[in-house]
Design a protein around this ligand. Structure first.
Ligand SMILES: NC(=O)C1=CN([C@@H]2O[C@H](COP(=O)(O)OP(=O)(O)OC[C@H]3O[C@@H](n4cnc5c(N)ncnc54)[C@H](O)[C@@H]3O)[C@@H](O)[C@H]2O)C=CC1
Ligand SMILES: N/C(=C\C=C\C(=O)O)C(=O)O
Length: 487
């Protein structure tokens, strides 16, 4: 008889120490549907302890020079990089994404997050103005805000967690972070590296558990003046309510319903593979993924045919399969939610051209209870349909025709979200016109997801509040003060 498999037991990391918790939550391997890990089910008590540790560490950490803090961040990048393979394996197992994506995107970007903010933090300048007629000068100073509360989602676990931790600590704050309870493993592994990198105890505290229990305890804590959150719009609404009595600083990076606009002069050789990737990368579980594809009518049939052919080649496989383009979705509940959108579209008269319900998924026996589905293309669907207006956050994309530039801008802007758009055309004038009129925090033209970390990242409308990036993150994680000197 096979022996009982040992579960991975995570612990909170508070004040430089790993601490057990009174209760635990099951964490599943999305590629098999089996429980393989136990995550602390923390609450108020653990948040109290983490805030206390962060409070104690703050005076010394915030008094260090930016150069000294940068040295620590660079060491952290180095030790993360030395553990790249181990972290990639763990991220892929915990999240369901392919090992290739974890190896080439998630972990390298986590390393880069520390290197990038270690460097950008050395180059901030402040403003100064003169009032010579009054014998005055004025200047601004920035100081760290204090204890930063950071809440991250499950789609890019270590990547998005470090995108918050790095700028927060670079600016001199100490942090209490709460990763998603669905994907906590790499955050816990990251804690094991902090001492080696010379991060003092209490500077980075990580508390695990669910949103309603430990997330709300963190958001409501009166000594945490700032919350940076990435996740869903309903959770952002709750965080906003809980923060309001304390007037907390908020950065909210939320979902999208991102359009791709493909004009008749687009280079389809480049556009089709890029749009397959923008629709289905990371199982469609990236807030920047395309989910509404508008194609100019004169090339609509040709595009659709070639797009469906290319989608059918986007291989779903077990995460460790090097030839797989897509792994498993995050959870059973999420898989069911994504599938329910496809059923809804069908009942509204839309056509499913490939994927769910049309093609056959083939998986090894051991993975048949995993949360896999095929990339799915929907057409003949109305702009008002739920599939065209709500964030699905899975491998599902809709393709519809359009006639004119003005029309497609109105239709692209007709949803509540405004995060990322892509525009495909060779006409430079049109690209500038359309990009300017799109209600979207990011517009990629003739490409997708080329990131420039220096520049603002974030969304309009229900896609969020605030921006992240070199200067934007620094502004968010510091308080500004204007000082007047009369001489
Ligand atoms: N980056 C994005 O745009 C993301 C969007 N989503 C969207 O949200 C949908 C639901 O996914 P969820 O995992 O439920 O997202 P979520 O927004 O509930 O979870 C994100 C993080 O917030 C925490 N959280 C949840 N409730 C909280 C509360 N009341 N107070 C404080 N923290 C709380 C979670 O524990 C997690 O760490 C997805 O289907 C997708 O549409 C999900 C994850 C990332
Ligand atoms: N925030 C998300 C993606 C960010 C990507 C980046 O900063 O490059 C998300 O999917 O939630």
């Amino acid at each position: 008889m096979a022996g009982k498999r040992e579960l991975l037991m995570l612990e909170n990391f508070i004040g430089g120490k790993f601490l057990p918790c009174n209760s635990y939550i099951d964490s599943y391997d999305p590629s098999t549907g089996e429980v393989y890990c136990k995550v602390p089910n923390s609450g108020k008590e653990e948040i109290e302890a983490a805030v206390e540790a962060a409070r104690e560490a703050f005076p010394a950490w915030s008094s260090r020079s930016p150069q000294e803090r940068s040295l620590v961040l660079n060491r952290l990048a180095d030790v993360l990089e030395q553990s790249l393979e181990e972290l990639a394996q763990a991220e892929s197992k915990d999240q369901g994404k392919t090992l290739t994506v974890a190896r080439t995107m998630d972990i390298p970007r986590s390393v880069l997050n520390f290197r990038f903010f270690a460097s950008s933090n050395l180059h901030h300048v402040s403003e100064c103005t003169q009032m010579s007629h009054l014998g005055c000068m004025h200047y601004t100073v920035r100081t760290p805000v204090g204890i930063a509360g950071l809440i991250s989602p499950w789609n890019l676990p270590l990547y998005l967690l470090t995108w918050k931790i790095a700028p927060a600590v670079a600016a001199g704050n100490t942090v209490v972070a709460k990763p998603s309870e669905l994907t906590s493993v790499t955050a816990w592994m990251f804690c094991k590296l902090l001492d080696k990198a010379g991060v003092p105890p209490g500077v980075i505290n990580i508390v695990f558990g669910t949103g309603p229990r430990v997330g709300e305890a963190l958001v409501s804590h009166p000594e945490v003046p700032l919350i940076s959150f990435t996740g869903s719009q309903p959770t952002a609404e709750r965080i906003t309510q809980l923060s309001a009595p304390h007037c907390k600083k908020l950065s909210l990076e939320l979902g999208g319903k991102n359009p791709a606009i493909i004009f008749e002069d687009a280079n389809l050789e480049e556009c089709i593979p890029a749009t397959v990737r923008s629709s289905f990368a990371n199982q469609g579980e990236i807030c920047l993924c395309t989910s509404r594809i508008f194609v100019q009518r004169s090339i609509y049939s040709e595009f659709l045919k070639r797009f469906v052919e290319a989608t059918r080649k986007w291989k779903v496989g077990i995460p460790s399969d090097p030839s797989a383009n897509m792994g498993a979705l995050i959870s059973k509940a999420h898989l069911e939610k994504v599938r329910s959108y496809i059923l809804k579209a069908q009942t509204e008269g839309a056509r499913i051209l490939c994927g769910e319900g049309v093609d056959q998924l083939s998986l090894p026996l051991r993975n048949q209870a995993g949360y896999f589905m095929l990339p799915t293309v929907i057409t003949d669907i109305k702009d008002e349909s739920r599939c065209m207006t709500e964030e699905i956050f899975g491998p599902v994309t809709c393709v519809v025709p359009f006639d004119s530039e003005e029309e497609v801008i109105t239709r692209a802007n007709s949803v509540r979200y405004g995060l990322a758009a892509t525009v495909w055309s060779k006409d430079v004038g049109r690209i500038h016109r359309v990009a300017k009129k799109l209600q979207s925090g990011l517009v990629w033209t003739n490409c997708w997801l080329i990131r420039e970390l220096n520049l603002p990242f974030g969304g309009m409308k229900s896609s969020g509040i605030g921006r992240e990036g070199a200067k934007d993150s620094y502004d968010f994680f510091t308080e500004i003060k204007t000082i007047t000197i009369k001489y």
